[in-house]
Design a protein around this ligand. Sequence first.
Ligand SMILES: Cc1cc2nc3c(=O)[nH]c(=O)nc-3n(C[C@H](O)[C@H](O)[C@H](O)COP(=O)(O)OP(=O)(O)OC[C@H]3O[C@@H](n4cnc5c(N)ncnc54)[C@H](O)[C@@H]3O)c2cc1C
Length: 237
Amino acid sequence: MEPVKPAIYTAEVSSVVNMAGEFYVTRFVLAQPKEIQFQAGQYVIFLIGPPKGRHTLSIASAPAQRGSIDILQSVAPRGGGSTWLLALKSGDTVQFLGPLGKFTLQKESKRPKVFVATGCGLAPLRSMILDYLETSGTARVTLWWGLRHETDIFWQEELDGLRKKYPNFQYTMTLSKPVDAWMGVRGRVTQHVVGETTELTHSEFYLCGSRQMIIDMKGLLTDNGVPSEQIFTETFF
Ligand SMILES: Cc1cc2nc3c(=O)[nH]c(=O)nc-3n(C[C@H](O)[C@H](O)[C@H](O)COP(=O)(O)OP(=O)(O)OC[C@H]3O[C@@H](n4cnc5c(N)ncnc54)[C@H](O)[C@@H]3O)c2cc1C
């Protein structure tokens, strides 16, 4: 699909949901234009007025949704953008510019796809994963998602549902600061991905989250023979 020209959209907040911890999912129903066409992985810039003015957020919903977009926001930073989001109520009108960005899925490639996110970095990856699986993508899809605590976990049911529905999808959630009793996977994503990916050098990697995670992960992948052309990144902060 050719990239769509960015435009200003007016939208209405339809829901703001605290998913877990500091993570919120907000749905914006488009008013004008009434639909948006974008490539999974792209972002929008909300025009939020002073003092911050603009707030950049990835689209977490699949492109097939068209009439609305979902945003996943970590409000932990409590900067202008988080404060703006926390004040939104259903029925509020907002404006954003989009779609923007080149962090998009290589849908035609047959390479196994490995998605690596920390925290809200899952947002554009969720859009890509939903888009790929729901449009009959057949390559193996693996998601590694790093969170800190058990209390941060959300979307587990959805991910379990996808794993059940699509045999080519697997995911692992790993906690960097779990309680002693945590029975699941522990540690940072960087401790797992290289050692636990089959066909490492043949796979395609999509990394999203903090600058440090991306630097560390990219270094590990290239040191282990993954060509840099097979690594796609989006740095949030
Ligand atoms: C292309 C792009 C897409 C993005 N998509 C998303 C998204 O989908 N969801 C999302 O929550 N954020 C996303 N971000 C980050 C977002 O733009 C904000 O920086 C972030 O949401 C915090 O906004 P803020 O105004 O509250 O704080 P800011 O004033 O932006 O940041 C305050 C401080 O917190 C740091 N910071 C920013 N985000 C985090 C974080 N998650 N955890 C810890 N420290 C942080 C910043 O580096 C800064 O030092 C994206 C950024 C870019 C460039």
